[in-house]
Design a protein around this ligand. Structure first.
Ligand code: DX5
Ligand code: ZN
Length: 219
């Protein structure tokens, strides 16, 4: 099973964004995970469109944009215009999930739906055949550096079962508190795409940390 690693720049040294992105790229990360927070949907504000545009210019990696914003349908097209290759929006943040999916497809981006820890995973089931990925939050969205919620593994397993039953290839991504130990729990439960911020960017040897995450199932 091929595991992908999405490096969350929320956990990097933002004063040196270009070199941090290059560090992740050279280490073998598959994507740059770009967390957008509006101070409304979550209790924090991060970065947005102009930063995405600049960051995109200095990297060949694909950009995986995680929108933690209310009514994401207002901004999805602009995030794609500014360089998002994938958009993941929160199901709790919109009354128009179909519209969010449609905008992504029309503009040629892949699309994911994310669920907060308290959200029942069955809410994404109606959309599984029209999206590329489901992001299961393994911490409360808003901040890096929190501890992995082990109870989320049941959710990952239930989703994995549903995807298999339907014969789909929807990717399961996890985000929050991922390190070499928790990655193994997530991967054994069915996740194949791991977001990691603190673990990667605080590592003295980021390349070996990426390898450890990718080999999670084999240890
Ligand atoms: C949290 C963000 C995460 C965050 C993960 O709301 O969505 O992407 O950067 O950070 P770590 O890996 O430090 O838990
Ligand atoms: Zn994220």
């Amino acid at each position: 099973m091929k595991i992908k690693v999405s490096a969350s720049i929320l956990g990097c040294d933002l004063a040196n964004l270009e070199s941090e992105i290059k560090r992740a790229e050279l280490a073998g990360a598959d994507c740059i995970h770009f967390d957008v927070m509006d101070g409304v949907f979550v209790n924090n504000i991060s970065f947005g469109l102009p930063v995405l545009k600049s960051a995109k210019r200095v990297s060949k990696l694909s950009f995986d944009v995680h929108l933690m914003i209310t009514d994401p349908e207002r901004y999805i097209d602009r995030f794609i215009d500014y360089g998002a290759d994938n958009i993941t929006f929160h199901i709790e943040a919109t009354e128009n999930p179909e519209q969010c999916i449609k905008i992504c497809k029309e503009k040629g981006a892949s699309v994911g739906i994310s669920v907060k820890p308290a959200t029942d995973i069955s809410v994404v089931y109606p959309y599984l055949d029209s999206i590329d990925m489901v992001l299961i939050m393994t911490v409360e969205p808003g901040f890096g550096g929190q501890g992995f919620m082990a109870s989320m593994t049941d959710k990952i397993k239930a989703l994995c079962k549903k995807i298999k039953e339907q014969g789909l290839s929807t990717v399961i991504q996890v985000d929050g508190g991922i390190n070499e130990k928790t990655a193994r729990q997530a991967v054994l439960s069915g996740a194949t795409n791991l977001v990691a911020g603190t673990y990667l960017f605080r590592s003295d040897d980021i390349a070996s940390s990426v390898v450890k995450l990718k080999n999670s199932a084999c240890r």
